[in-house]
Design a protein around this ligand. Structure first.
Ligand code: NAP
Length: 240
């Protein structure tokens, strides 16, 4: 029997899996393999496919009938691999991506096309809360006249001396985040426009009048795009 392949790694993918499982729609979820795929209500496969060609082979061999890309909005490669592999095989394909954050009143956001642009926009002497993950540090390597506070959930490896790490989860409320930003005398926040509920840091920056350098999402391939798991489910249910 042929099935649906969900490219996951997000809250939205997990929600869609629950909807599919509740309707007994045959499907499986694929994860990159960096975090354990526990607690999914569907079969999980893990690890890269080996580029678009590897994914095309998997789609054929696993008799996949449609592909739903529900990877994170900052996953830059997978949406294009999915487009090449599924479109090339004539398989139905759609994307599920949470909507980006939009600025509200009082917000001092500057849109940045990428991390390099954010690094170039930081003024000398800035004290920066870097909410873009440890992987983004190389982009800021030349900002020696700025200080960086990086929050991550695992202890760091060796770091340059203009970077301080806080091993912690994101704060749940704007008040909690504001207290952290104040304690570290932060002047700028650098964040990715991931969207979703975790915007307490942005609310805190607004409340403190801080400038936010918000990095835009990578470009998506053309194709059907849904913002909500329920809409993706409707699309799947409408497939022949
Ligand atoms: P990426 O740049 O699009 O992917 C890099 C490579 O990882 C892909 O070429 C693919 O390897 C493999 N891969 C990615 N997603 C996969 C999936 N769902 N199933 C199987 N292989 C996958 O993505 P990334 O930014 O490295 O993110 C990796 C995963 O973490 C994604 O699933 C994403 O949803 C999740 N995630 C990313 C972020 C973020 O900020 N980027 C945040 C939260 C969660 P092959 O070419 O070998 O197939």
């Amino acid at each position: 029997m042929s099935r649906i392949l969900i490219l996951g790694g997000t809250t939205e993918a997990r929600a869609l899996c629950s909807l599919l499982a509740a309707r007994s729609i045959e499907a499986e979820v694929s994860l990159a393999g960096r975090v354990p795929g526990t607690d999914y209500p569907l079969p999980v496969r893990s690890g890269g496919f080996g580029g678009a060609a590897g994914l095309a082979r998997y789609l054929r061999e696993a008799r996949i009938r449609a592909l739903l890309d529900a990877t994170h909005p900052f996953a830059a490669a997978m949406p294009w691999n999915a487009a090449e592999a599924a479109d090339g095989a004539g398989l139905p394909r759609a994307m599920l991506k949470r909507p980006p954050w939009l600025p509200g009143p009082g917000e001092r956001w500057r849109g940045m096309p990428d991390l390099a642009a954010a690094a170039a926009a930081l003024p000398a002497g800035a004290r920066v809360f870097l909410a873009t993950g440890a992987g983004s540090l190389p982009a800021f390597a030349s900002c020696r006249d700025c200080r960086f506070l990086l929050r991550q959930m695992t202890p760091p490896g060796p770091l340059p001396d203009h970077v301080e790490v806080l091993v912690a989860r994101p704060g749940a409320t704007a008040a909690e985040e504001a207290a952290l930003l104040r304690a570290h005398r932060i002047t700028h926040l650098v964040a990715k426009n991931s969207g979703g509920p975790a915007r307490a840091k942005l609310d805190a920056a607004r409340d403190l009048g801080l400038e936010v350098l918000l990095v835009a999402r990578p470009l998506l391939p053309p194709g059907r795009l849904f913002a909500r798991p329920e809409a993706a489910l409707d699309w799947i249910e409408g497939l022949a």
